[in-house]
Write a protein that binds this ligand. Structure first.
Ligand code: ITT
Length: 184
C-alpha cells in the first residue's frame, strides 16, 4: 500500500487511475502542508518530503508541480499555486499579450519515501500557452496549456489522455516502474 499526500483531489484522481491500472493499491492522505519558497521544483518537493517523513513515518509520496513559461523567465514556476489563486489563467494570458513567445513546460517532481530513504522522479511536458482558455476537464492551468504536437489543451483531454502525455503521467510511470521492480 502506497500513501499519496496531497490536498488536491485532481492530482489524486489522475495518479490513482494509473496505479489502479497497474493493480497497485494506493490511498489518499488529504493534507495541506507548508512548502519551502525556493526557485526549483526539485528542492521544494524534497524539502516537503523530508519534513513529512517525520510525521507520517511510513512509506508515502508527494509531488510538486510548476508551470514554467519561457518568455516570463520561468514564471510562475514554484509560485504556480499562488499565481493560480491570484491572477489565474486570465492573468497569464494578459501577461503574454503583445506577441510574446508562448512556449512553456510543466514539470512534476515526485518525492517517494520508501521507509528508509527518499527517491525522486521527474516528468515534464513541453507545449505552448493557448490564446484563449478551452476545455472543461482537468484543473488549474489545463485550459490554457497545449502539449507539443497537439492542437488540444489538457482540459480538452480525458484523464487517460492527459496521463499519456503529461508531466505527472511521466513522473508517475517512473515511480510505478520503481515500485514494480521490487522497491516498495
Ligand atoms: P498539493 O497539496 O499537492 O501541494 P497543490 O494544488 O497546492 O496541491 P502544487 O503546488 O504542486 O499543488 O501545484 C501548483 C499549482 O499548479 C496548482 O494549484 C495548480 O493550479 C497548478 N497545477 C499543478 N498541476 C497541474 C496540472 O497537471 N495541470 C494544470 N495545472 C496544474
Amino acid at each position: 500500500m502506497v500513501i499519496f499526500v496531497t490536498s488536491n483531489k485532481h492530482k489524486f484522481e489522475e495518479i490513482s487511475l494509473m496505479f489502479n491500472h497497474r493493480g497497485i493499491p494506493i490511498t489518499w492522505k488529504r493534507m495541506k502542508y507548508e512548502e519551502l519558497q525556493a526557485d526549483d521544483t526539485r528542492t521544494v518537493s524534497l524539502d516537503s518530503c523530508m519534513r513529512l517523513r517525520e510525521v507520517i513515518r511510513k512509506p508515502f509520496f508527494l509531488e510538486d508541480t510548476g508551470l514554467y513559461i519561457e518568455s516570463l523567465k520561468g514564471f510562475p514556476g514554484p509560485y504556480s499555486s499562488y499565481v493560480a489563486g491570484t491572477i489565474g489563467n486570465r492573468g497569464i494570458l494578459d501577461l503574454l499579450a503583445h506577441g510574446r513567445n508562448r512556449s512553456a513546460a510543466f514539470i512534476t517532481v515526485i518525492s517517494y519515501f520508501d521507509g528508509r530513504e527518499i527517491h525522486q522522479f521527474e516528468g515534464s511536458v513541453k507545449g505552448a500557452i493557448s490564446y484563449e482558455p478551452a476545455g472543461s476537464g482537468g484543473f488549474g492551468y489545463d485550459p490554457i496549456f497545449m502539449p507539443e504536437g497537439t492542437s488540444k489543451t489538457l482540459a480538452q483531454m480525458s484523464d487517460e489522455e492527459k496521463n499519456a502525455v503529461s508531466h505527472r503521467g511521466m513522473a508517475v510511470s517512473k515511480l510505478i516502474s520503481f515500485i514494480l521492480a521490487g522497491n516498495a
